[in-house]
Write a protein that binds this ligand. Structure first.
Ligand SMILES: [Zn+2]
Length: 274
């Protein structure tokens, strides 16, 4: 009898032990799963994401194949493109305001009041703004745009004062001098020559910081500058009329340097850590 009791007792103990063991396995599995999920989230939060760039075109013809060949293959940047007039509508949306930096290669005349606010909102948020070539011709009657980009191409319909008229000339061989060799936008560049269109007699803001110049008689002596408007770092580059510019290594370097300088990488990191 004593042995029997002992046998029953030991069977019972063995069953309890088995259940405890299964429970332990399940708990361990759950624990490991939770740790794995936490680790994955932790890693993805610190994973470097490419800065998101919105590239705006429209209002002027251009060599689209060579243009998009370069811009859509910018290393380390994710580029979305949009054309006017849809672009200004898009800037009204949360998604349109969410990019790290913006490249404007559009030439657009009309801007509604709510679109103006969308541009000002971008500067309030400190988005990097890179303006290229004929974007300096846009919105000539909106003075705040002049203050943002730091310059203005003055066309005949803007004023009757003929002394203010700007002008353009195609196919110039422009000898470019680096005016600020210490700046991040000119980093790695030496004086260079580029085949491009030139603008002359541009109206310039007193606040801009000169980067590049030329002595060419058919072109503005100042060709590229930086500007600060509200919280935004801004770059204007006169270059980019056609494929001769897009394939030019100095032009390409200026684009990369501008995006770097405008801090789009930094903005991207801030967004991720929210
Ligand atoms: Zn042009």
């Amino acid at each position: 009898m004593r042995n029997y009791k002992i046998t029953v007792g030991s069977r019972h103990a063995s069953t309890v032990h088995k259940i405890s063991h299964i429970k332990f396995k399940i708990m361990r599995l759950l624990f490991l799963s939770i740790i794995s999920i936490l680790l994955l989230n932790f890693c993805s939060a610190f994973q470097k994401q490419n800065p998101q760039i919105l590239l705006v075109t429209g209002g002027h013809s251009f060599d689209t194949t060579e243009f998009f060949d370069f811009f859509m293959n910018l290393e380390n940047y994710d580029i979305d493109t949009i054309s006017q007039p849809v672009a200004n509508e898009f800037l009204l949306t949360d998604e349109g305001q969410s990019y790290d930096a913006y490249i404007f290669y559009d030439m657009w005349k009309i801007i509604e009041e709510d679109h103006k606010k969308a541009y000002l909102d971008l500067t309030e948020k400190g988005k990097g703004l890179l303006f290229l070539h004929h974007s300096v011709v846009s919105y000539q009657n909106w003075d705040e745009f002049f203050n943002i980009i730091g310059g203005r191409y003055v066309a005949a319909e803007t004023t009757t004062d003929t002394s203010r008229y700007s002008d353009y000339k195609h196919d110039l061989d422009l000898e470019i001098k680096i005016l600020d060799t210490e700046h991040a936008v000119t980093n790695g560049l030496s004086n260079f020559t580029i085949h491009d269109e030139g603008y002359s007699n541009l109206e310039l803001s007193a606040n801009i910081h000169p980067l590049l110049g030329t002595d060419h008689p058919d072109c503005n002596s100042l060709l590229a500058w930086t500007n600060k408007y509200r919280n935004s770092d801004i770059v204007y580059l006169i270059f980019g009329h056609d494929k001769n510019a897009y394939v030019d290594e100095d032009f390409q370097k200026l684009i990369y340097n501008s995006l770097e300088w405008m801090g789009s990488r930094h903005a991207s990191t801030i967004q991720l850590s929210k």
